[in-house]
Design a protein around this ligand. Sequence first.
Ligand code: NAD
Length: 481
Amino acid sequence: MNADIPLLIDKAYVAGQWRDAERHFAVTDPATGETLANIPDLDAEDARQAVAAAETAWRDWRRKTAKERASLLRAWFDLIMANQDALARLMTREQGKPLAESRGEVAYGASFVEFYAEQAKRMAGETLPGHGADKRLLVLREPVGVVAAITPWNFPLAMITRKCAPALAAGCTVVIKPAEATPLTALAMAQLAEEAGIPAGVINVVTAARPAEIGEVLTTDPRVRKVSFTGSTAVGKQLLAQCAGTVKKTSMELGGNAPFIVFDDADLDAAVEGAVASKFRNSGQTCVCTNRLLVQSGVYDAFLDKLATRVAELQVGNGLEEGVSQGPLINEAAVDKVREHIADALDKGGRLICGGQPHELGGTFFQPTVIGEVDERMRVATEETFGPLAPVFRFDTEEDAIAMANATEFGLAAYFYANDYRRIWRVMEALEYGMVAVNEGLLSTELAPFGGVKESGLGREGSHHGLDEYTELKYVCVGGL
Ligand code: NAD
């Protein structure tokens, strides 16, 4: 274990105990290839014990007053923010994103803990008019029970708090299965939760190199009442099918294929800034990253020129270094996908504007890339690239843009830039997406419901809607009055 990294802990966390295992797996720094730690590779029996611990802890946790739960969440929030730098450094080491983005993610992730600490006190039921003079009808809002949270590597902290904060606020307990590439941030968060006084068993972290074995337990054990997953659509579908056997509640935050539409009447400079933020953040590895740029014919060439100039300014390097705007990709498979999408687009007539190659730094660093004259025959039209490739499509009319934008089985985030207010309303309503950003390249906030339609998922995270995902309604009919 690299002892110089603050908050690095190399044990899993089950029932309030730091747990080792016979087998281990290496967590590496994608910028250098250095092994940061060897982490316990837990098995199905460990996962069952984590579920048992969460179920035991649930009995007391749900009986705490909302204010007691809120105070503990608030203490966790304070500790996360007090350790913002250390958490950010740890995250950049295991995930690769630039330090400024990691700091941003810590603050963003913490904001869910703060928000749901407040929201815990507002979990209200209702009374309804009775269907007889001697009857009174109540609706109680209750925690669902043990929650399994399965999270991806691209946001090692925020994807955990988006699930755990509302779950804990509602009175649920959780078993977290972090991505095998980024368990260190998850374990650091558990360490801070313990320090904040969150009782043993309320949060458990099951680290594993073989996710299917753990996933099998979490999706079939009847004690788990809810599975909240963020990751790829393929794995999400498999988990949904597994959850059917015990009819679990599920939230699925899956893949996207975000269109970013630039209309003739848009402010082009603002659109370029929005496109760069939305496309190249986290090296293009976010589910709401722009996947397809759709630009109207009248401004196509001008937009492409401006975009190429701006993209050429992006600095690639180790995320720990000052001024770096794009870190390495997570692994070789991610690089392969970007290369395949570029080769396919160029093969079918795309025009390389800039980038297109692995970066001279080697490893998994890749040049920020722009390709023009992209069309719907190319793989980038239908598949999520998840890397620093901006493919620019051309369209003529508003109807064409909407048809192209909606021609996908995904429906997570969409972006468009325009100024005519009538167009803004028309397009906003016509886009088949869970989230739409108008004249804006970044849209995530704890204050708004985040989530997708179609094959991008089920359920919402953030805002007061996010709390509902972790509660059940119980209808009580009181008669004979
Ligand atoms: P992934 O689906 O490979 O893995 C996600 C998590 O699922 C990891 O913890 C992994 O270990 C686990 N997992 C994999 N197979 C499993 C199985 N059989 N049983 C149980 N768990 C299993 O996804 P990824 O590569 O880590 O993340 C990238 C994907 O996540 C992209 O498609 C991206 O769009 C999506 N994503 C979506 C959102 C959102 O909010 N909609 C946010 C971030 C990422």
